[in-house]
Design a protein around this ligand. Structure first.
Ligand SMILES: *Cc1c(COP(=O)(O)O)cnc(C)c1O
Length: 401
């Protein structure tokens, strides 16, 4: 399960051997993200989706500034979830017209910053309408506003459900007409709707169904809109395979579904462009986490490799970032690729907790102290979604190669 070239028994992220990259970085552990892999992923998507679909990158998957700068040249816009992410997006040279800002709990100051920057705010509460109205008045600039709808359905078979039922995200469908009326009275510049019913789905059918339901809902609510709907952000939720048995998504049916929705939009919402907002799908498989074996020992009959990286820098790979059942991310000894996997091995990190497990009883080649253990599928929700302070280990290094 690797998108990376292997040569002479070593993984070659960015074209050099892993050992050489580790020497260049000067320390382990580190994350490496491959430009070639990201570029290829975006190209495959563009190939499969209608060209009129606007592709956004949801920065919270991986906000490393160099990666965001690289991504800015490949996608049509960025979705940010805080003023901090907005700064990185603007620093990367992305035009504010191509940035949208979503997330519960936007602070007053962040909303003001967003209005001053001229980015599109996906409104998630009645309070946000009031704060934006105030900021618009103070700054003499009408806030660009879309309404994030909490739909009355969810993305089925998704790893993280974010719509349907009571949710902190967005405004319940039932309340949207009233909110739109407020928004119109407040003189905000209405631009459209945003829906995000879920993440990490590996079911093409479920994704196509959610896209259809999202479109239908937005079309229904557009009757209440104070202005033309110019943008309809349908979310995405495209997942990546992490675990044994996970199958990569088939993109063709999603492309066909979007083609149908574009035709419907042409007929019923002719001014509207359709946006997909993807995080992990664009970057997860382009990233590896590299950690060095610092100890090798047996406990009873079990072989343990103790690595210098783990839970504090890669919470998700240890199964502690929202997973219900711990499963192994794909791993390899990056400087012993292709050697026979003769040893059932458990790889743990350096933290004094039984939660710090990177690989539980997986077959690996015979590894020694000093070898480089690689965790694949690590380009999203890795470094930025981990408790770095835990045990006060050295800071995490990230490189784009
Ligand atoms: C988290 C999030 C995303 C990205 O989710 P992925 O699973 O990484 O694609 C996109 N949009 C919103 C609103 C989110 O909260």
């Amino acid at each position: 399960m690797t998108q990376f070239v292997v040569s002479q028994g070593e993984l070659m992220p960015g074209g050099d051997s892993l050992s050489r990259l580790a020497a260049r970085v000067g320390q382990t552990p580190f994350y490496a993200y491959g430009r070639a892999q990201i570029r290829q992923r975006v190209a495959e998507l563009r190939q499969a989706l209608p060209s009129k679909i606007r592709l956004h990158y949801a920065m919270k998957a991986n906000p490393m500034p160099a990666l965001v700068g690289f991504m800015a040249g490949l996608v049509d816009g960025l979705d940010v979830a805080s003023a901090g992410e907005m700064k990185v997006a603007l620093d990367a040279g992305v035009s504010p017209k191509d940035i949208s800002f979503a997330g519960p709990g936007k602070r007053d100051a962040e909303l003001r910053q967003a209005v001053a920057a001229g980015v599109l705010v996906n409104i998630e509460s009645f309070r946000e309408v009031d704060v934006l109205a105030q900021a618009s008045q103070t700054l003499g600039l009408p806030a660009r506003a879309a309404v994030r709808i909490n739909p009355d359905f969810e993305l089925k078979s998704s790893g993280m459900r974010m719509g349907g039922g009571p949710r902190p995200f967005g405004v319940d469908v039932e309340q949207v007409p009233a909110l739109l009326a407020n928004l119109g009275r407040a003189g905000l510049a209405f631009e459209g709707f945003h829906l995000y019913p879920g993440s990490q789905s590996l079911s093409t059918e479920a994704i196509c169904q959610a896209l259809q339901q999202s479109f239908d809902l937005a079309l229904r609510l557009s009757q209440h809109a104070p202005d033309k709907v110019r943008v309809l952000n349908l979310g995405g939720g495209l997942g990546v395979p992490y675990f044994p048995g996970d199958k990569p998504l088939q993109l063709e049916p999603i492309g066909e579904q979007l083609e149908r929705l574009l035709q419907l939009a042409q007929a019923h919402l002719p001014q509207t462009s359709l946006v997909l907002e993807l995080g992990r799908y664009l970057v997860a498989e382009a990233g590896i986490y590299v950690t060095r074996v610092v100890d090798r020992k047996y406990s009873r009959d079990q072989l343990y490799l103790v690595a210098d990286g783990g839970l504090h820098q890669h919470l998700a790979a240890t199964g502690n970032f929202g997973q219900l059942l711990r499963k192994n991310y794909p791993v390899a000894i990056g400087n012993k690729m292709g050697q026979p996997a003769t040893q059932v091995t458990t790889v743990v990190g350096p933290s004094c907790t039984p939660l710090d497990v990177l690989a539980d009883r997986v077959p690996l080649p015979e590894a020694q102290v000093g070898d480089l253990l690689v965790v694949f599928q690590s380009g999203a929700y890795g470094a930025n979604a981990s408790p770095h302070q835990f045990l006060t280990h050295p800071p995490c290094v990230e490189v784009l190669v």
